[in-house]
Each structure stands twice: as C-alpha cells, then as structure tokens.
Design a protein around this ligand. Sequence first.
Ligand code: ADP
Ligand code: MG
Length: 762
Amino acid sequence: MIALDTPIQFVKGVGPRVAEKLKEKNILVVEDLLYHLPFRYEDRLNPRALNELVPGEMASVIAEVRGTVLLRTKRMPIFEMTVGQGPTSMKCMWFHGTYLKDKFQPGQMLALYGKVEPSRSRAGAFKMIQPQIEVLPGPNDPEETLLEVGRIVPVYESLGGAQLSSRWLRRVIYRLLEDLGGVLPETLPVELCERMQLPSRAEALRQAHFPPAGTGLRSLQAAATPAHQRLIFEELFFLELGLELKRRRMRERLGPAFTADPRVREALKQVLPFHPTAAQKRVLSEIVQDLRQPTPMRRLLQGDVGSGKTIVALQAAFIAIENGYQAALMAPTEILATQHFLAARRLLERSQRQPPYHVVLLTGSLDEDRKRTNRGRIVRGEADLVIGTHALIEEKVEFANLGLVVVDEQHRFGVMQRFRLMKKPNTAEPHVLVMTATPIPRTLALTLYGDLDVSVLNELPPGRTPIVTRRVVDERAEEVWGFVRKQVAAGHQAYIVYPVIEGSKDDQPELDFAHDPEGEAGSVEASSAAKRTKGGPAAGKRTGTKSRAKTGSLFEKPALKSAVAMCEELRATHLAGLRLGLLHGRLSAEEKEVAMRRFQRGELDVLVATTVIEVGVDVPNATVMAIEHAERFGLAQLHQLRGRVGRGAARSYCILMTAGRVTPQAEERLDAMVRTQDGFELAELDLTLRGPGEFFGTRQAGLPDFRVANLLRDRKLLELARQEAARFVERGEKEMSRTSVEIVWAYLKAHWQRHYGLVEAG
Ligand code: ADP
Ligand code: MG
C-alpha cells in the first residue's frame, strides 16, 4: 500500500536509482513528490492557432512536424524545424542543435512553448527560437494521451535530466494520486477549511497537478486557484504555528525585570543631548514595557538610516545599568563599535553620577593585554557598558551579570539562539534588542525574525534637509569634482565610494556582487565573476582573470575604477590641495580607525572609500556622497550609503555616477534612488526586484525553503495564517473537535523540524 510517508523508491516508475536522484532534490517520500507543484501550465485544450500569435508573447502551441534540417553554419550547427497547422506553418530553431537531429518524424504532433518572434521567411509570419518542446503521444497510448492532450497540462521543473522530465512527472504523479485514492489524511482542521472555504488536501493536490477543465489559466499561473491557496495557506499556517509556540515559550523564560522609576528617568533625561523625537519616545516606551517584565525582551527595532536608533539603544543600556546590570552593545564593524564607544562615553560623561559609568571597548584590534584586562573587568562586573564587535562579544566574553544585549545593524538572521550561550546557569536571560536599518514589511519581519516583537522608528530627527540625489554619467565627472571642491571650500566634507578596493580587474570587490546578479546580466564573464565572489568580502582573490584578458572586447566589462587608484589620481589632479583619506576593508583595523577618526574630527576633507562605510557611520558635517559605478550597487546598499550624508543641518547631496552600459534593472534602482528617500519604499522595490530569497539571504537566514508559498506573492495569506495560528493556539481546543486539534499537532511535530527547521518541535 502506498501512503504519504512511503519512501519514494517504492513508487511505481521510480526505483532505487531514480530515488537517489530525487533525494538530491530533497524528495524522499511520496508526500514530497506530491508537493512538487507545476511551475506553469499549458492549455492544450484550447491551443493557439499559429496565425493568431502575437509577436513578443510567450505562447504554447500544438503543431505537426513538417520537416527538419541541420544547418552547419560557420559559427555553430543550427537545428531547424518547420511545424504546421493546416495551411499555416512556423519555423523553430535550436542553436547547437545537433542532438535533436533524427529525433523527429514528419507527422508527429508536438507541444511547443516559447517566445513568439516575427519572421520574414516563407515558412510563416512567426518563428520560435529554442522553444521548449514535447512530443505528444500517438493514438495508441491512451493513458499518455489522457495526460498530455486535450487538457490543461502541468509543466514541472525537471528533477534531473531528460529522464525525470515534466512528462515523466505527470505520469508518476498521476498514478500516485490514483493509487492513493481520493482521500489523503488532512493536515488542517475541517472547521478551519469550512470557515475559510478551502478545499480538502486531496482535492487541492489533485487540482494543482491536474486542473479540471475550465480552470482559468491566469489564476493557475498566479497560484491563485482555491487549490493553490489551500496548499499555500497550509504551509504558512504550520510555519506560523511553530513560531507562535516559540514566542509563547519565550514568554515562559526568566529575564531580569528592570524598574524605570522617576529616579532612573531623571538620570536619563540629564544625559540626553537633544529632545527625542515622538517616534523615539514611543519606541523607548515600548522597550521599557518589555524591560519591566520578568521575561527576556526579544525586540527588533527597525529605523531608517539616520532615524536615531543609537540614542534609543543607549537609553535602554542606561536603564539596565541603573538597575545594577551590565549592558552590551554589539556592532558589525570595528569602525562602528569605536564610534558607538565614543558616543556612549560622551553621553555618559554628561551624567553627574558617582561613581562614574565604566564603558569598555572590545574589538579585535586592541592588543592582547588590553583585551585581557577588559575581559577581566567585565567578568568582575567593573564594566557597566561593553561595546564591541559581534564576534568578539559573542564568543569570548563572560559577564558578571549581563542584563541587556543590543545588536546594531543586524542584517543577518538566526542571531537569537546564540544569546542563550551568554546566559549563566540559573540566572535570568538578558533582554535583547536588535536594530536594523533594513526595513521589512511588518508581517514578513514577524515571520522572518520568528519570535521578535517589532518597533518602528518612522520619523527622522528634526532639522534635516532632504538629500538632493542626482545621476551623472562618467563623462561629467569633472563637474562632480568641482562640486566637491566647492563643498569643501564651504567647510563641508565628502565621501567618494568605489565598488572595488584596488586594480580594475584582479581585485576582489568589496561589493558583494552576489547580491546583485542581474546587474551583470548578459555578460558571461561577469556572471562567472559573480559566482567567484559569492563568498563575500572574505572570499579569496578572484581567479581566472587570464581567460578574461583574452576574450574580445565584446564581453569585456568596462574597467572598474578602484578606491586605491582613484584616491591617488584625484589627489594628483582634480582634488589636488584637498586632504584626502582612504578607507577600505583591506587596511588594518588600526589604519581604518585612524582614517575614520581623522575624517570625523574634520582633519580630512574627502574620504575615498569602499562599502566599508556603508553601515552606520555618522559624520554630520559630511554633505556629499559621490558613488562611482553606482550601477553596480544594490538598492539597499545605495540607500545605506546615501544615509551617510544628510545628518546635519546643511543641505546634502548624493551623486550617483555611472559608467558604460546600465542594465534595465540597474536603471530601475537608480531611478528609485532619485525618486524617493523612503527606506520602506526602497526596501519593497528591492524585494520585488530581487525576490525574497536574494533579499533576505534565505540560506544564511536559516529560513525554510518554501515548497509552495512565496513570501512576497503570498503576503496576504501569510497574515491570515498568522492570525489563524494564534487563534488556534488560543482557542483551538474550544472551537474544534479533538481529532482536528490532534491532527494539527501531529503534523506540526512531524514536519516542523524537517521543513521549517527553526525550532525544536514541541
Ligand atoms: P541610525 O538610526 O542610522 O543609527 P543614528 O543613531 O546614528 O542613526 O543618528 C543619526 C544622527 O541623528 C546622529 O548624529 C544623532 O546624534 C542624531 N540624532 C538622533 N536623535 C536625534 C534627535 N532626537 N534630535 C536631533 N538629533 C538626533
Ligand atoms: Mg546606526
């Protein structure tokens, strides 16, 4: 008997060898295969007539083979086939198509799917280049005919080679559904399905694979049929259910309850250098609410660049310290840690408290003695506030009594688990505040960050003038340098940013090209370069530059200007006489700090840099952000870079300089930058352009790979799933039968670990 948990190799038509292949695709049991849904559908019930096609559209047609020929051109062999319907015909061609020779006989019926192009040949008004192709079964194969012709046909992503093609999948899945018989164990409560008018699981799977005649093709493609919606909802419901449980379990943990009495508030007020914005006040009170609870805070603070997150964090730290606990502030880079350290010291020095606060810096570049001394002070409880880089604080430090951890500029996920390590046995867990400048729509944030509550700083401090953003082509660079001189003459400072550190080709870009693959689309060389640098800034030197040098100019990327070379050039030419500094990731920590501090103190006029300055750096006197090769940067990066200026009262400028060809995608990014400064709007667009996987870096996030759902497309269902999951936990027992409730828990238990992998099942 076949059941959902039957290992895949026992399925008719599979066997051990194919099962091995399927395993690579994470398909282990029958259920996995059933959830491998078609990625598109072909309407072979009402096929298109050849003479009604429209150039430019993607179309599927059914036509008969008329003739084939293999043309051996100088550059490559081309396989040409003429297909026809009655008197009309169409030409199809495949480059390097030798493998197709002898595969077709005149009279055979084919299903073709491809882009319709105009054609001037006598064979008809249209042609298709490299269409997808399927030979339709002959009349003496009734089962195949049933699946392939005269219906809406599912098209699957191949699970490996021609052997495990769409056609193979259709047959195997069809038989599977037959063998399983119309009933499959439910996963969702019937009460819920009825209330939401969702089809049963069996029905949904059947219809998603083999849509009944009359189903709209468009709603199929958009995964908007009731069948699809049910399967998507199911997936999201269990995800949210697991997260809901996780949140609840968190609330059972023990954290230090702080007081924020009038004395503490008065002390806080004393050190504040300015009036907080209304948003800062609101967020702080949300944080204080959490801190007063005897459960550990797990809060995400989202605030656009420059919205003033640091001060909120320091206020929270202040409360912890006033309550007799230690606080830790973790930054992603040494530059930022040092900057926070200086800011915190300035702030706390304003207080009259005796004894004074002890702030300790902990970064990799401190010498070993200093580090040891500082660690000693931390473990003995002599340090009130510890500021350092993530890695250092997480891995190596023992605290006397840590009450609050603040993580600044956290783009990566999966941070939460690690804080448990910082907890001593039998003590309360510290409160945790994570801050990010990457705005994420609320529902997504709640899902992605799992068990975090979310606060939003949606207001910029007063007195900011909007940043003027302009695009400039490389040819007008001289004007830009002239403008920089003018701003410097007026007492301001400027950043000039480059995508690579050194050398135009051999260099490993500081920029993470992997985040932006489409920016390179069309160039073979470039796309392999993107792969090579996938390891990010830490990856080794790029290799393979030799072969690039030999390729013709057609595929040559325009030479990239680099920070090192341009710093020298500008110093000698257009910016001669100004004080230029250089900052990039390959400098030693000390050199970085010196450059940064000199810029901060106004001892440098211009900082030539790579994206190391992307995050968090705060120099209010800087008014110009010039970015060369802006077309190479991702939207989030550009927005972060722009956020480095416009921090003071003077008008600031962001100049996006482009060189050479700009892809349509890059155009869109640059346009958006000029159009808006709203981080949420830009994040939404970024999300749409890159897709959720790229945007969130799913793999690093430890996010589940969804089988059916798509976080971006299915946001409404996600919200619904979230509500329903909470309701189920809250009232499920009252509203539903015992069987329904048990079904849900059983499914969650069996699947959470494997598919969502976020928490231990429970
Ligand atoms: P981000 O949210 O990007 O980390 P910061 O905390 O670095 O922003 O703050 C940006 C700048 O705004 C800093 O120079 C900070 O001193 C200033 N700032 C923050 N809050 C206020 C406020 N309420 N009024 C005036 N300036 C503020
Ligand atoms: Mg910041």
